[in-house]
Every structure is written in C-alpha cells, then in structure tokens.
Design a protein around this ligand. Structure first.
Ligand code: BG6
Length: 487
C-alpha cells in the first residue's frame, strides 16, 4: 500500500529551545522524515532559536548528530540528509531580554505560514508571546505550539491560557498531547465512527467495563527533578490517559472537525465523577536488589522521603446516559514488566447461554493496542473443534497493522510527524483546546489535594512487576481482573 503524501504550503517553523532535548529527539527527526516523504516544500525553513551562541553550521552539525542518534534515517536515500540540513538556520535569542529578536525578524522576512514552537519551560511562554508581538513577528498565519506540562494545576493552566490569550486567539494555539498523534489513537476514532458494528454496542447496556493501561519499563531516568514534582497523575493521567478516555467515551461528533471533536471530549471530562479515595491506588517502584543500574524511585529522584507516585490505578465513572454503570479503570506506571499501551473494551456476557455455563467462552473483548505491535483484536467465541459436545473457546479476530497494512503498518509515522504537519496545515483536531486542559485539571486537582491532606504514601512495588497488589484488589472487589500486561 502506498500512502498519498500531500505537500504542505511553504512555511517557517521556529523552534524556541531549538537545541533542547525535545528538538533533538523528536522535532528535528520528525521534520526530517516528513522531508524524506516529500511533504516539506522546497522553500520550507526550520529555524532553531535558543540562548547558546552558535553559528548556522554548528546548528546543522547538532541536527545531523540528532538525526543519527534518534533514528531520523528511515526511508531516506543517501544525500537527503544534506538536503534537509540546508533548510535549517539558527538564531541566538534571549527569551527574557532584547537580544536576537531583530535578527529573527530579518531572517523571517515576508509573511507566510509561521509556526513558533515553544519547546521551553512553561514559565517562558508569556515572555515569548510578548516579545513576538513587540517585535511585530506575528500575523494571521502565525501559530503557536506548546508542549505539556501545560500547567501543574488548574490555576497555573489558567494563567498560561491567559498569557497566551493576551496575544493570540485560540485558533492560533496548538497544545500538543503527543498521544493524539499516535496512529492507533486516531484509529480508535476510525474504528468507532467508520464502522456500523461497534457504535450500537458502545454503551453501558453492552459494555461491562473498560480498561486503559499505559505501562512503561523505563524509570524516571534523568528527569527526576521534574518528575518528583509531577508524579504519574500529572505526567500521564491528566493528559494522555484522559485523552484516551475521552476518545473512547465521547459521543459521535457531527463532523471530524476541531471544535466538533473537542466539544465532545470536553463533555466527557465534565461528566466525570470525583474519584473516591478508595478507588485510587498509588505506587512507587523499588530498586532491583544488587543491580546498581536499576535504582529505586527515591534514589533516582534523589529524594529519600519522596511521596510522589510513579504508578496510578483508578476507577472512574462517567455520569451520563451512555456510561452510567460502566466503570473505566485506568492505570499507568513506570518500571513495569513490559512496555504496553492498550485499551480493552470488555463487553458483557450474552444474556443467556444456550450451551450451558460449563461450555465456557466469552465475553467479547475489543483490544486496541497503541504500542508496541499496533493493532486491534476482537475476541470472539467459537466452537472448539472436534467431537464430544459443544465446548466454546475464544479466538482473536486479529487486525495487527503490520500484517493488515504491510510495511506502512509496521512502521507508522511518529506522533510528532503527524502533529507538526497538522500545525502547518492549520488543523487543530488533534490538539487540546484551553477549556479541555482546564477541565482535566479541575478533575485532577482534588485527587492530588486529597493525597496531600491525608498524608498519603504510595505503595512500594517491585521494579519490572505489574505494580502494587492493591491495584489488583481494586478490580477484584468488583469481581473483575486486569488483563495481563504483555509486550
Ligand atoms: C511523556 C511523559 O509525556 O510521555 C513521560 O512525560 C512518558 O514520562 C512518555 O514516558 C510516554 O510516551 P510514549 O510515547 O513513549 O508512550
């Protein structure tokens, strides 16, 4: 299968924090792959902007190194790296001062699509927005891209929204949640709304419960300082898992357009009940005994008394006509047994078994695997082959994308490729609107405040395990069990 690549209009993408980790790991490799795919027009430009004093050639060398290190080379022919690097430029700017802004202005020249990527700490968003306006760098084709963390609570998120709104209209602000750029996450909408099969069953009458698991094997790595102030609740649940929940639970939007989709997601967040303290489990990973490489959480963040969680499991309820009575169980954690992100829609049993309960089989499960091994599987009940009565077994109707779609399914584009091109195209469907982010914090804040007020301490769990035992108990109490975490 050959995908159709539609080139975007000529653009200037300016990356503030252009020498930083995100630029090197994600943004530059993603742009390079779009260049290789033929999507970047010949005169598109990417301009790194940062505090370091470096020349354009130094920046190109840094980018070449980043492409080597972070796998930008896929699908590119020899010689293309040089072609891509030719489009890169660099300007030294001071986000909080005056230095460099006039250089940037003269480099940009004629107005055309201009995307400013704020790949910097959120406390610089306001300064950058102000300076862009002061130096006349914005026009109606200007877009601002911001990354999470978008605030650390409702008040700080509101303050960021206000700082941006002082200079830009909402249609110019692209808040990235990279989970929305993942192929399978978009496929979730295609499966729900492109088929007649699922939607009639997509409610509490037929769905017993839904499990959303995002398990990681990595620890907090070098991000200890950030992470110890955030924890899994702010780092993963408030954004990535919340977005998955919204896409699973929302009503069909009338159109696949930005506000129609985001209106429906917002309604889901607003319909979420507060989470009861005994419906949530926090955990913190222990060291691997005798293995200096795999420190425990507290050593990794260099805070021996840290009470920040590296794991959360919770039960959420959505109070609306569609979902009342169907719990959503969410869990995410670091240093778990496998890297596996999957959504399991667990359907109810048939109302009556004509074969007798001892025949086995069922209920149906729709599994949407986000990573790795992207694909969708529907467990259906059939007869076990052979004589000797009617015994039922479950077999997967398997749509592993690598098998169903060939090479393209094997190597889907990285989330950032899709999202950056959507910024250039001016399509906000896969970006979070300001009110959505605020609603997500409004749901998250009381949970975190409750932990603080109660002096809650996370449960320790073994590294490379399935997490704290209490998370199993959370489902066992309801007569249910987590599906295994499989790579
Ligand atoms: C980031 C979190 O947003 O998502 C990280 O800050 C996490 O802690 C990462 O590891 C997971 O992303 P992915 O794409 O690897 O599942």
């Amino acid at each position: 299968m050959v995908s159709r690549v539609i080139p975007v209009e000529p653009f200037d993408l300016i990356i503030f924090g252009g020498t930083g980790d995100l630029a090197r790991r994600k943004i530059l490799p993603a742009l390079f792959r779009r260049y290789c795919a033929g999507q970047m027009p010949a005169d598109a430009r990417v301009i790194g902007a940062a505090r370091s004093d470096m020349s354009r050639d130094d920046y190109r060398d840094m980018a070449a190194e980043a492409l080597r290190e972070f796998g930008g080379g896929r699908a590119c022919e020899d010689g293309t790296v040089a072609g891509f690097l030719d489009r890169l430029d660099y300007v030294q700017v001071d986000a909080r001062g005056e230095a460099g802004w006039e250089d940037l202005a003269s480099l940009l020249g004629e107005p055309r699509i201009r995307a400013f990527y704020f790949s910097v700490s959120p406390d610089l968003f306001g300064d950058l927005a102000q300076r862009l306006t002061d130096h006349g760098l914005t026009h109606d084709q200007t877009r601002i891209v911001v990354e999470k963390p978008f605030g650390h609570d409702l008040d700080s998120a509101k303050a960021l929204n206000t700082a941006l709104a002082a200079h830009f209209v909402e249609e110019q602000v692209y808040r990235i949640d990279h989970y929305l750029g993942k192929e399978t996450v978009q496929n979730l909408m295609a499966v729900r709304f492109g088929n007649v099969l699922f939607e009639p069953l997509w409610n509490s009458q037929f769905v017993d419960h839904i499990q959303i698991t995002v398990a990681e094997t990595v620890g907090v790595g070098g991000r200890g300082e950030y992470y110890d102030h955030a924890g899994a609740m702010r780092d993963m649940i408030q954004n990535h898992l919340m977005q998955l929940l919204c896409l699973i639970a929302m009503e069909p939007p009338a159109k696949f357009d930005p506000d129609a989709v985001r209106d429906e997601k917002l309604k889901v967040i607003r319909a979420l009940d507060s989470v009861l303290p005994h419906h949530i489990v926090r955990g913190q990973y222990d060291a691997v005994a005798g293995d200096a490489e795999h420190q425990g959480y507290r050593e990794a963040v260099n805070n021996p008394r840290s009470t920040t969680e590296s794991y959360v499991a919770l039960k959420a309820h959505i109070s609306n006509w569609r979902w009342t009575g169907t719990p959503f169980y969410l869990r995410t954690g670091k240093r778990l047994v496998a890297r596996s992100s999957v959504i399991n829609v667990m359907f109810k049993k048939t109302p009556h078994s004509i074969f007798g309960l001892e025949a086995g089989g069922g209920p149906n499960i729709l599994s949407i695997r986000l990573q790795p091994n992207e694909g969708i599987t529907l467990a259906v009940t059939i007869k076990e082959p052979g004589p000797g009565g009617m015994r039922l077994i479950d077999v997967p109707l398997d749509m592993t994308f690598a098998e169903a779609l060939g090479p393209e399914g094997e190597d889907p584009p990285d989330a950032y490729e899709r999202l950056i091109m959507d910024v250039i195209r001016g399509n906000q469907t896969l970006f979070m609107r300001g009110d959505e982010v605020e609603a997500a914090w409004a749901w998250t804040d009381p949970i975190i405040a409750g932990w603080k007020a109660r002096g809650d301490v996370p449960k320790p769990y073994d590294s490379f395990s399935i997490g704290p035992g209490d998370a199993d108990e959370l489902l066992r109490r309801d007569g249910r069990a987590w599906r295994g975490i499989k790579p």
